[in-house]
Design a protein around this ligand. Structure first.
Ligand SMILES: Cc1ncc(COP(=O)(O)O)c(C=O)c1O
Length: 577
């Protein structure tokens, strides 16, 4: 049915639903179809064959050229231009037989222009006054004023709101921005350098907000290529020696042994400490079960210890209640990168004659009261798995100040080999195999990546701390969401940003809602005593509560303030529904 109004022009061939809202001065041309509940602002022009779906919202002064379909979920703000035959999609997983189809939103901000035949894949935001080149396929957010071209669309420059190119002029003092000036109208803008855009601006596009991510730079690619070209790719080459030296240095330790995972490192550590059958090891309960599993692997019994609700770390006051005459060691976990109070813990272990092992899988670069991982314990184990602060793909290491332990670790991780001269007797190189060992070596390819990662570690930590601050600020007024507490003496490394909800249902609801927005999260971590493998009778109610109520929000060194703001916005929306 057609609507006839004096203040709008609707061509006789157009079909406009009676409940569609059309603003004054708008012109709707041949064969346009405007569906129910669509809302079109004032002074818009809709060319021939345009299709406006249910509930689409279009601002004022928008111009849509011939043959464009604007599907449900798309919002076009004021003064947007859409060129002929541009396509919007609204389904991320298009299949002809769809049972769980849902609309994914796309927003085109004020003054943006979309060229002819461009395709805008749903779930993106096109920033104000950006320009999408003809035929481009946009799969990620486009920053304001950016010009994007190609398939997939990439930033090729900046454009003024008048449409002409912007040239970079000079850096703005005390900021990461530059002044950009229009080559035509001379208008000036303060914008990030183009090189800085991809990391900072990608929001929930097709890939969604990644929960974890690493960027490897050219130097890393060159370092890996160098190892490949050298032909020396196995473990124990020059790269692994250099990697171990740097790891030992940053841990204020004499020795480091790189291994193929933190789980291997924990197992090798317990073996080197001669912990086995009949022994008990007290393990912080709230952790990834690799911690407790390593104790089982050497035949000993893990005794799971309660943690604090605020820092998620060991509750020191309750630790002594677990000590028995079988207890050999304590395995502390520096949860999500916050180091436990090592001075107090080391004193406690000394008092009870216990060895101290640090599961520092998540805590490289962290400190507590000036103490770093490895400094006050018998040994500390790092992980370089892809979810960690720095990564070698898979990987781990043990650091220690104990020479004897170091020698044992080297042997255990390398098939029990004794490489000393005593087996050569002046003849050709041959090893002695005196003890049971394993192949836990980390290849030189991985170590080359690790060395580059260590080089970037200070900058990565700085970014993580800054991003944690951004999350804290953006989420500060949500009573249902308890932000991670940082002990004033701790320098948190933020392997993850883990918050606590007031109850389990809300946590699960939040995770499900964020998933719908393509924002990836996980639970915090595990209450190990509850896992059937351990058949534990230990009681750790705080840990159980954390297992049920914590959520790990997307967090990595390349996230950027814009994405954090977006995630926080979506968290607030999800909690309020
Ligand atoms: C606390 C903790 N310990 C140990 C591990 C095991 O590390 P990897 O994957 O390097 O074996 C992890 C891995 O997530 C962990 O979080």
């Amino acid at each position: 049915m057609n609507l006839k109004r004096a203040d709008v022009f609707i061509h006789d061939t157009a079909v406009v639903a009676p409940d569609a809202v059309i603003g004054a001065g708008t012109k709707i041309w041949h064969y346009v179809h405007v569906r129910e509940h669509a809302k079109i602002g004032t002074h818009c022009v809709l060319g021939k064959d345009v299709y406006i779906d249910h509930y689409v919202a279009i601002g004022n002064g928008v111009k849509i050229q011939n043959g464009v379909s604007v599907y449900q979920g798309v919002t076009l703000e004021d003064e947007v231009f859409v060129g002929p035959n541009a396509v919007f999609t609204n389904d991320l997983l298009p299949r002809s037989q769809h049972t769980t189809w849902r609309v994914v939103e796309t927003v085109v901000e004020r003054g943006a222009s979309i060229g002819a035949n461009a395709t805008i894949v749903c779930g993106v935001r096109l920033g104000a006054h950006c320009m999408v080149g003809a035929g481009a396929v946009v799969v990620k957010n486009v920053p304001p004023h950016a010009l994007v071209v190609g398939n997939p669309a990439k930033v090729a420059g900046y454009v003024c709101s008048c449409g002409h190119h912007l040239h970079r002029d000079y850096p703005i003092v005390n900021s990461a921005l530059y002044q950009f000036v229009c080559e035509s109208c001379k208008r000036a803008y303060e914008l990030p350098a183009l090189e800085a855009l991809p990391q900072e601006t990608v929001r929930a596009g097709v890939d969604g907000i990644r929960f974890v991510h690493h960027n490897f730079d050219e130097d890393t690619l060159r370092a890996v290529a160098g190892v490949l070209q050298s032909g020396w790719v196995a473990g124990c080459g020059g790269e692994s020696a250099r990697f171990e030296k740097k790891l030992a240095e940053l841990s204020r330790c004499e020795y480091a042994v790189a291994m193929n995972s933190c789980t291997s490192a924990l197992f090798a550590s317990l073996s080197a400490l001669e912990i086995g059958k009949e022994d008990e090891v007290i393990v912080a309960d709230f952790s990834f079960p690799a911690s407790g599993m390593s104790v089982l692997q050497v035949g000993a019994t893990p005794r799971f210890a309660e943690v604090r609700l605020d820092t998620y770390n060991l509750e020191l006051e309750k630790l002594a209640t677990l000590v028995t005459n079988r207890t050999k060691a304590v395995m502390v976990v520096h949860t999500f990168g916050q180091m436990a109070p090592m001075r107090e813990l080391s004193a406690l272990c000394k008092k009870h004659g216990l060895l101290l092992i640090e599961d520092a899988a998540c805590a490289i670069g962290a400190s507590h009261d000036g103490i770093v991982c490895g400094e006050l314990s018998d040994l500390a184990c790092y992980s370089f798995h892809g979810r960690k602060i720095i990564t070698t793909g898979e990987g781990g290491a043990v650091v220690t100040n104990n020479r004897e332990l170091y020698q044992k670790l080297r042997a255990i991780s390398s098939l029990g080999v004794d490489a000393s001269d005593k087996f050569r007797a002046g003849g050709p190189l041959r090893y002695g195999f005196q003890q049971l060992g394993y192949n836990f070596r980390l290849s030189d390819l991985n170590c080359a990546i690790g060395l580059q990662q260590l080089h970037h570690l200070p900058a990565l930590l700085e970014r993580r701390r800054e991003f944690a601050g951004n999350y804290r600020h953006a989420l500060r007024d949500l009573p249902e969401l308890i932000l991670p507490y940082v002990d004033p003496k701790a320098d948190h490394a933020y392997q993850a940003f883990v918050c606590r909800l007031s109850h389990e249902k809300l946590r699960d609801h939040l995770m499900a809602e964020l998933k719908k927005k393509n924002i990836h999260t996980t639970i915090g971590t595990y209450a190990q005593h509850r896992e059937p493998l351990f058949a534990s009778r230990d009681i750790c109610p705080n840990s159980g509560q954390l297992y049920e109520t914590t959520i790990t929000l997307p967090f990595h060194s390349f996230l950027g303030p814009a994405q954090i703001e977006y995630v926080a916005e979506q968290v607030m929306i999800a909690i309020s529904v």
